[in-house]
Design a protein around this ligand. Sequence first.
Ligand SMILES: NC(=O)C1=CN([C@@H]2O[C@H](COP(=O)(O)OP(=O)(O)OC[C@H]3O[C@@H](n4cnc5c(N)ncnc54)[C@H](O)[C@@H]3O)[C@@H](O)[C@H]2O)C=CC1
Ligand SMILES: O=C(O)[C@H]1O[C@H](OP(=O)(O)OP(=O)(O)OC[C@H]2O[C@@H](n3ccc(=O)[nH]c3=O)[C@H](O)[C@@H]2O)[C@H](O)[C@@H](O)[C@@H]1O
Length: 432
Amino acid sequence: MELAERITIIGSGYVGLTTGACLASLGHTVTCIDLDESAVAALRTGRSHLAEPGIESLLREGLDANRLQFDTDADQAVTTASLIMLCLPTPPARDGSVDLTAIRDTVIRIRDLLPTGAVVVTKSTTPVGTTARIGSWLRRNDIAVVTNPEFLREGHAVYDFLHPTRIVIGSDDHAAAKRVAALYDAIRTEVIITDPATAELVKYAANCYLATRLSFNNSIAELCEAFDADHSDLAYILAADPRIGGDYLKPGPGWGGPCLPKDVRALIRQAHDVGVPFPILNAAIISNQHHLERTIQRLQEELGRELAGTRVALLGLTFKAGTSDLRNSPAMHVAHTLIERGADVTAHDPAIKDEIPMLSVVPTVHAAAANADALVLLTEWPEYRWLNWTTVATLMTGELVFDTRNALDPDVIADAGLCYVGVGSRRTPMPT
Ligand SMILES: NC(=O)C1=CN([C@@H]2O[C@H](COP(=O)(O)OP(=O)(O)OC[C@H]3O[C@@H](n4cnc5c(N)ncnc54)[C@H](O)[C@@H]3O)[C@@H](O)[C@H]2O)C=CC1
Ligand SMILES: O=C(O)[C@H]1O[C@H](OP(=O)(O)OP(=O)(O)OC[C@H]2O[C@@H](n3ccc(=O)[nH]c3=O)[C@H](O)[C@@H]2O)[C@H](O)[C@@H](O)[C@@H]1O
């Protein structure tokens, strides 16, 4: 069945491409626009420039059914669109505010091309007040503006889009909000229609809450080390309290990615602009910087020698497993800091095939481990757990395996003759 709305999506990255492919799979007709010519050329043949599970089968399904198209030129596509979804980058500006240039320039460029009755929908993460600003850039009383923030996670984008825990729609125009809600009729979840400010703010609230919780959790893990307590037992006990729950309690080298860091800074700025103190967010960032630095310090402590001249093998470079995204990756921060301090670093990541400036990235774990004084796991790729650690041990010069994600089996590492160090774990064995 052909559904009534004709959708144009501008910006076909993690959010735009996922939205386009998923909406097409729900029966909508979608044109996805992106400036990136090579990405668009690949997408037209059913190949995705982003490594998201399930995206390519949806792409092919949409292309075969003629429900999905790709283009580099928005102008033509918007003239026949009834819904225009903005999935454009909203990076930090130099002054700490959110850079809305891509959104503003796009709105100004397309405003005279839009048919009467069209709705402009923002899926990008935008500061409170952006829905109203888009309205003022549009200068069209016959076009409604709706915000529809997206909560998907990279590596789970298709699943999260099709199985959301909630859909949030914010607009002063209830009829337009209902039209956007109707896009998701085939998805079973609660759709919450609210005012634009609430919808815009809740997106930041969610990401900032997660970031704060992660910083809190990493500090608890550090306390476990100081008190010789066990973080995995502690997290299990915390999670048994339904008021706390078990998600976002895995310790790591620090949190990162394209959105949590930028969104925490953006909410700090928004709170500052309206005179609301929000010190816990500054603390979450300071704490995260501490945990990144502590990862380096612990490596040095466990090695018992200076980093300069030490050969370090890094496993994992992406900001988490399941994505090829290196933006604001804690692992990349660690890699660059080690290099700055004179270590000889070789890295492996199953999702990274291209060269990275200033960093030696090798195609196999064995090549990374060869002659290494220490091996540091930074991204929790499941395949690392199942390595032949006896072979890895024979290749390494040293014995230290520092698992910053608690992703490996300590017994397997010890049985291979290596020295395992995790995060937040007891040093002394449990009494029997
Ligand atoms: N990555 C994620 O997991 C999530 C991101 N968001 C938000 O969604 C927005 C987009 O983020 P991503 O999809 O990650 O970004 P992205 O960087 O993956 O994709 C943005 C795309 O827009 C294209 N683009 C830039 N300017 C353009 C223009 N003028 N016309 C056409 N295309 C243009 C770029 O080539 C790129 O492909 C941001 O506001 C982000 O905070 C929200 C939820 C999840
Ligand atoms: O706005 C966005 O872009 C998205 O940001 C995050 O999604 P994502 O950036 O894909 O990353 P997460 O899976 O949330 O992980 C963020 C960071 O926290 C770390 N993390 C996560 C969970 C955990 O238990 N421990 C932990 O260290 C990850 O390794 C990573 O560095 C949010 O989870 C999404 O809901 C949101 O839509």
